[in-house]
Write a protein that binds this ligand. Structure first.
Ligand SMILES: [Ca+2]
Length: 598
């Protein structure tokens, strides 16, 4: 019997309600029935416990009883035995397993947190990093829905069946079977809803993006439609605040039971539309007047000075599709600075809400044994989709985005963006905080690569859970990810043999320091990330055999593991594609303010 199973049995026997009703209803509860509970507590091992209990109950119930009552007692014993043993199998316990709070931000670039180089004020996340561990090479999948699939299932997106999850088990399904309570708040963006995939509690929106002030019609509370109110808990509705309000409510419900809990908190911020409360935006007034060229330099300097990244990785230059800040007119600069102020405010508000949750975990006395993880689903977003730039960003009718210019700064020091499999698209900040379990030096940085697919394996490791081959009628694919626990213990883990990346016509494969990557079916580029993580020196011409081998391996995984076909498997071209992500925003306002799915 494992340590965790013993813990479960021990706890079950402390719950007198499991025994008392049956015994008292059927056999007029003897005055000294509590003796059996004390016996249970002395014998946390199941076989011993049951043997001793049966003996005790015989002593208590059979002494000087008439025959019919003795028969009743036998029935009572059998019922009690079945109740205890069945409850022991699936009830979970106030054991030593940690609670898990997995937080994912949306479209947050690698450099957008203070502890990753930013000037945006994120004191709560910085404090978690200062007491915890940061990853400098943690990967997502460069896009919203595919990252959610990998985070939930431990599989690559199409391997899991994409948004349908038809070949993947979720962390909620696996952890609830292992005795965790499970809850989710925030953006779902996949098929059906979280309560169909193992989450016992859910509040949030099923859509990929929503109006932060007025929401949309995809909001759900525990499986039921939920109408977005004008105010929530005494203040104007704002999605980032509301996500935390419900997270706190779910933590209260979870800590009322003896089970450890898994809480998945999926902020929609700072995904567009760029909308934030006025006072939070005003805090950043004038902060971006120096422009994106200066911002990238200062962020990179901070990354190097703080020891997050080595100096040998050079800051990627501004690409042709982004104008120099100094080439803009005063009017253009004012508009650009304004929209970055809103983005910064949205990140600031996420941080404030992480602080609220942390305080609540402390108030509940569960902070020390809660593993908190914070990451982002993809790199900063280059899509210009602004409608109505004359409206203020605290007006619910506004719909601003920023474009490739600020996104390039968000992904400092890397190249390219959300959707691309270059480092700018797939590199995520990743903060780990867990006072009771983390053995690394406070504030340290690991350069061991990790990936969203590793969460499932990590949680299985923490919970002593089993990875299923079937969930309902879904046949589950073998797990891709690897546990991060050795890294949390300060060890060097056996690395992934390779990491595979794919979104649409963007592709990559990483093996050790070697990375093969193609954007929009442009030719394969090859980089040695140990020397050149910012992907400035394409060495594919010097290593044709490595390109051929890694390319063949990418297609093998795409075909056999991901089950891609048709257009998804067309060969790459022979030239790097000329990319242009910058467009002029549409004006004036369309009048409609529908949040687009993305
Ligand atoms: Ca996203």
């Amino acid at each position: 019997m494992s340590r965790y199973s013993r813990a479960k049995v021990y706890n079950v026997t402390r719950d007198r309600s499991l025994l008392d009703p049956a015994v008292s209803r059927n056999a007029r509860r003897p005055a000294n029935i509590t003796k059996c509970h004390h016996t249970f507590e002395r014998f946390p091992d199941m076989p011993e416990l049951l043997t001793t209990t049966v003996a005790d109950l015989r002593l208590i119930l059979f002494r000087d009883r008439p025959a019919p009552l003795r028969m009743l007692c036998v029935v009572t014993l059998v019922v009690t035995f079945l109740q205890v043993s069945s409850t022991a199998g699936d009830a979970a316990a106030s054991d030593e397993r940690p609670n898990i709070v997995l937080i994912m931000a949306d479209d947050l670039g690698f450099s957008d947190l203070g502890c990753y180089g930013s000037e945006i004020e994120t004191p709560n996340l910085d404090a978690l990093a200062a007491q915890g561990l940061r990853f400098s090479q943690f990967y997502n999948t460069a896009k919203c829905h595919s990252s959610r699939v990998s985070l939930l299932t431990g599989l690559y997106c199409d391997q899991a069946g994409g948004a349908s999850l038809r070949r993947g088990a979720t962390i909620a399904e696996v952890m609830s079977r292992a005795g965790y309570s499970t809850a989710m708040v925030g953006k779902w963006h996949l098929a059906k809803q979280p309560t169909d995939f193992g989450f016992e509690k859910y509040w949030g929106h099923l859509s990929g993006a929503t109006n932060f002030f007025t929401g949309d019609n995809s909001f759900r509370l525990n499986g039921e439609s939920w109408t977005v109110p004008k105010t929530l808990n005494g203040r104007p509705f704002y999605t980032t605040h509301a996500i935390t309000d419900f997270a706190i409510e779910f933590v209260d419900q979870a800590t009322a039971s003896d089970k450890p809990f898994l809480l998945y908190m999926a902020f929609n911020a700072p995904h567009y539309p760029l909308q934030a409360p006025k006072k939070d935006i005003e805090k950043y007034d004038g902060r971006y007047d120096a422009g994106w060229d200066a911002l990238r330099k200062s962020r990179h300097q901070k990354q190097v000075d703080s020891g997050l990244l080595p100096r040998k990785w050079k800051l990627s230059p501004r690409p042709d599709h982004i104008p120099a800040w100094k080439s803009l007119t005063d009017e253009e600069r004012a508009w650009e600075a304004d929209r970055m102020e809103v983005f910064a405010a949205m990140v600031d508000v996420v941080d404030q809400n992480v602080g609220r949750l942390v305080k609540h975990l402390k108030d509940k006395g569960v902070y020390e044994n809660t593993l908190i993880l914070f990451c982002s689903d993809n790199g900063a977003c280059p899509f210009e989709r602004t409608r109505g730039k004359e409206l203020k960003p605290w007006d619910p009718e506004s719909y601003w985005t920023y474009d490739a210019s600020w996104a390039h700064a968000g992904n400092t020091p890397f190249r390219l963006y959300k959707q691309n499999q270059h480092e700018g698209g797939i590199s995520s900040p990743m903060i780990v905080h867990w006072p009771n379990g983390l053995k690394t030096k406070a504030g340290s940085v690991t350069d061991q690569p990790g990936h969203l697919i590793d969460f499932m394996a990590t949680f299985i490791d923490l919970a002593g859970a089993d990875y299923p081959s079937k969930v309902g009628d879904r046949k589950i694919d073998p797990l891709q990810g690897k546990s991060l626990l050795p890294v949390f213990r300060g060890e060097t883990r056996e690395p992934h043999e390779q990491l595979y990346f794919h979104f649409s016509t963007d592709r990559a494969l990483r093996r050790g320091p070697w990375k093969l990557v193609s954007a929009k079916l442009g030719k394969w580029e090859l980089y040695n990330l140990d020397e050149d993580r910012t992907e400035l020196n394409d060495i594919s011409k010097q290593h044709p055999e490595r390109v051929a081998t890694m390319s063949a391996e990418w297609f093998r995984v795409a075909k056999d593991v991901e089950r891609l076909g048709g257009r998804q498997l067309v060969p790459v071209g022979d030239k790097v594609k000329k990319l242009n992500f910058r467009k002029t925003p549409e004006q004036p306002a369309s009048g409609k303010n529908r949040a687009k799915r993305n």
